[in-house]
Design a binder for this molecule. Structure first.
Ligand code: SF4
Length: 124
């Protein structure tokens, strides 16, 4: 099927890894120093990762790809959680099993914050 999906420009990618955590499906990993989509069915094409890339290596394109598979994405996230590699709130450390996490930029870093800690970060 033809659908929207992330495209990674190898020439521009520096392998910094900033795009890995913002991907809510855990679809991106760094392999041999470059960002890679683990499996195309894990990418929902939402493009949350685009704005965190300092090199402009990420774009969304429309092309032939397997349909997004939310069940496979959840299994992938479960595996990452089991390895302790799931996103956590920068302030309290809660993971998505304990809180709703929002992707955020904070002091120049791409990070996650839970809805309980967000007001504290905004208002001090
Ligand atoms: S944020 Fe951009 S430059 Fe960094 S690893 Fe991801 S695609 Fe590559």
């Amino acid at each position: 099927m033809k659908r929207k999906i992330v495209r990674i420009d190898d020439e521009k990618c520096t392998g910094c890894g900033l795009c890995v955590s913002p991907c809510a499906e855990g679809a991106i990993e760094i392999v041999n120093g470059k960002a890679r989509v683990l499996r195309e069915e894990l990418c929902d094409g939402a493009g949350v990762c685009l704005n965190v890339c300092p090199a402009g290596a990420l774009t969304i394109e429309e092309r032939e790809a397997p349909a997004f598979d939310p069940v496979a994405a959840e299994k992938n996230l479960e595996a990452k959680r089991a390895q302790g590699a799931s996103p956590r709130c920068l302030r309290c450390g809660a993971d998505e099993t304990r809180a709703v996490l929002l992707f955020a930029r904070h002091r120049g870093e791409s990070t996650w914050v839970c809805t309980r800690c967000l007001p504290v970060l905004i208002h001090g």
